[in-house]
Design a protein around this ligand. Structure first.
Ligand code: AMP
Length: 289
């Protein structure tokens, strides 16, 4: 695996790989790699061709400067993990390479998809995401780009950007990888205290319970399962983790992210909860049976 830091060098290496007949799979990350990232790299590897992984803590997608400052960084460890998982090229640019002095462009997806949920609680976050992902796509020019379902809304926003701007890349989703107790892997989990780590189990518990709640709501022939479920889950959070603070617990259409009332087919339960000073997000599809 080769480590690259400049746009010129990544372009050169990608051109070389293409000249050898390889397609390009790309996994963008912010580093502090865990099994969730590694599963995307392995998925890219299994699809064949050359696999490029980027590690770049993108300052423009952090609406909270403290969150950016506290974000875990360990490039040597990340490089070893990338290589083990099968990456061919690791692209880890400095911020000045991505946003040189005088940088002024933005790529935006407008509308409810970026205004709702994460967009509401983290203003400007998705503008930073779409801008950096568009730039990384221009730098790497991948055939396929892999994004985790853990960040469901981000996945939908990136798909919309690619569709609306006719970007020649296929967005490939990867399933959420979880700890043995169900907590979704996240680079922010290392910031949880021992106590907070135990409390965090409430998040996968809520998501698992959501399916059971939908089953009983359906048996009771309730039609507005969305709002009912949301209320039940809020109560469950309050009783199981009284000092946790939910930014949102929502039952939404998986594509549009609009709240749903009646669940006729499937819905996405998505949550953002502050536990022990750490903001955790997670989601799960539930189905009407
Ligand atoms: P990040 O480094 O947090 O920006 O994440 C980089 C990519 O890894 C994104 O596409 C995330 O959705 C994905 N990812 C993060 N955590 C997980 C997880 N637990 N399972 C699967 N994919 C994940």
């Amino acid at each position: 695996m080769e480590k690259l830091t400049t746009v010129g060098s990544v372009r050169f290496k990608v051109r070389e790989a293409r000249a050898q007949g390889h397609t390009i799979g790309f996994v963008p990350t912010m580093g502090a790699l865990h099994e969730g990232h590694l599963s995307l790299i392995r998925q890219a590897k299994a699809d064949g061709g050359t696999v490029v992984v980027s590690v770049f803590v993108n300052p423009t997608q952090f609406n909270d400067p403290k969150d950016l400052e506290k974000y875990p960084r360990d490039l040597a460890r990340d490089a070893a993990l990338c290589e083990e998982a099968g990456a061919d090229l690791l692209f880890a640019p400095e911020a000045s390479e991505v946003y040189p002095e005088g940088y002024a462009a933005k790529v935006l997806v407008e509308g409810p998809l970026t205004r709702l949920l994460e967009g509401y609680f983290r203003p400007g976050h998705f503008d930073g995401v779409t801008t950096v992902v568009a730039k990384l796509f221009n730098m790497v020019q991948p055939d396929r780009a892999y994004f985790g379902e853990k960040d469901w809304q981000q996945l939908q926003v990136v798909k919309k950007m690619v569709r609306d701007l006719d970007m020649p890349v296929t967005v490939v989703p990867g399933p959420t990888v979880r700890e043995p107790d169900g907590l979704a892997m996240s680079s922010r989990n290392v910031r949880l205290s021992e106590e907070g780590r135990k409390k965090a189990k409430v998040v996968p518990y809520l998501l698992d319970t959501a399916q059971d709640l939908l089953d009983s709501a359906s048996r009771e022939m309730l039609t507005d399962q969305g709002p009912v479920l949301r209320q039940w889950l809020m109560t469950l959070l309050e009783s199981n983790a009284p000092d946790a603070k939910a930014d949102y617990i929502a039952v939404v259409d998986p594509d549009t992210l609009f709240d749903v009332d009646e669940i006729t087919d499937r819905a996405l339960v998505t949550v953002a909860v502050h536990i022990d000073g750490v903001r955790l997000i997670d989601n799960r599809i539930i189905v009407r049976r």
